[in-house]
Design a protein around this ligand. Structure first.
Ligand code: SF4
Length: 216
């Protein structure tokens, strides 16, 4: 079986969505919200929330506070008001306050650039931690969300049942130079081309390389 041309496939996917808005975290980074703390908070806000909404509530919150010390100077109601449109806003407000307090008290205000320390914060799972480390610091970690999971399985590049298993499978075969790129490209590609319910296969730039696993 010929090797899957992953570099070429990903670059064609990138070209197909070049005029679309970037994934929320990458867009915020390009606006200057590029510290690990800001990426961690906006990644947490993005959980189960549309990109457009999480981008907007992140901007609103960062207008009030951009560091852990500034965040814990705010009261919970102020944070909640800024992020009210995000899914699970009350829990996210609590988690942002708690992790900010821990960073100030246990890490002298410096967000630890350490995957295990980040996932110890309440509300911060593997995807949130990976995305924050990858986007803010270029750490070679793979952030697998539902788009990356769905598309790499449709390609036949991996054959897995959950995003966590996809992350492990990708870690074993995806070239390292694509570990961050794959999320940056496949989030908009998954929204505009290889969508969940009606993928646009007839106009897809990687049709010839795609096994279309599970696509009717
Ligand atoms: S050919 Fe269809 S299933 Fe495959 S990547 Fe393109 S849109 Fe997705």
């Amino acid at each position: 079986m010929p090797e899957f041309p992953i570099h070429s496939v990903l670059s064609r996917c990138a070209a197909a969505v070049a005029d679309k808005p970037p994934a929320a975290m990458f867009g915020l980074r390009d606006e200057g919200y590029d510290s690990l703390y800001e990426q961690l908070v906006s990644s947490l806000l993005s959980v189960r929330t549309y990109d457009e909404v999480s981008t907007e509530v992140s901007r609103r919150l960062f207008a009030l506070a951009r560091t852990p010390a500034a965040m814990i100077a705010l009261d919970r109601e102020t944070i909640l008001e800024a992020i009210a449109e995000a899914t699970f806003a009350p829990a996210k407000a609590d988690n942002i306050l708690a992790l900010s307090r821990t960073i100030v008290e246990a890490y002298a205000g410096e967000t630890p650039a350490d995957y295990d320390k980040l996932i110890a914060f309440r509300g911060v799972g593997p995807k949130v931690a990976s995305l924050a480390l990858g986007v803010a610091l270029n750490h070679p970690v793979i952030a697998v969300d539902i788009h990356v999971h769905r598309i790499t399985n449709r390609w036949g590049y991996v054959a897995t049942s959950t995003p966590d298993k996809t992350r492990d499978a990708l870690a074993a075969k995806l070239p390292r130079d694509l570990w961050i790129e794959i999320n940056r490209v496949l989030v908009p590609f998954g929204k505009h081309v290889c969508t969940g319910t009606r993928p646009r296969c007839s106009n897809c730039p990687v049709f010839d390389d795609c096994a279309r696993v599970g696509v009717r």
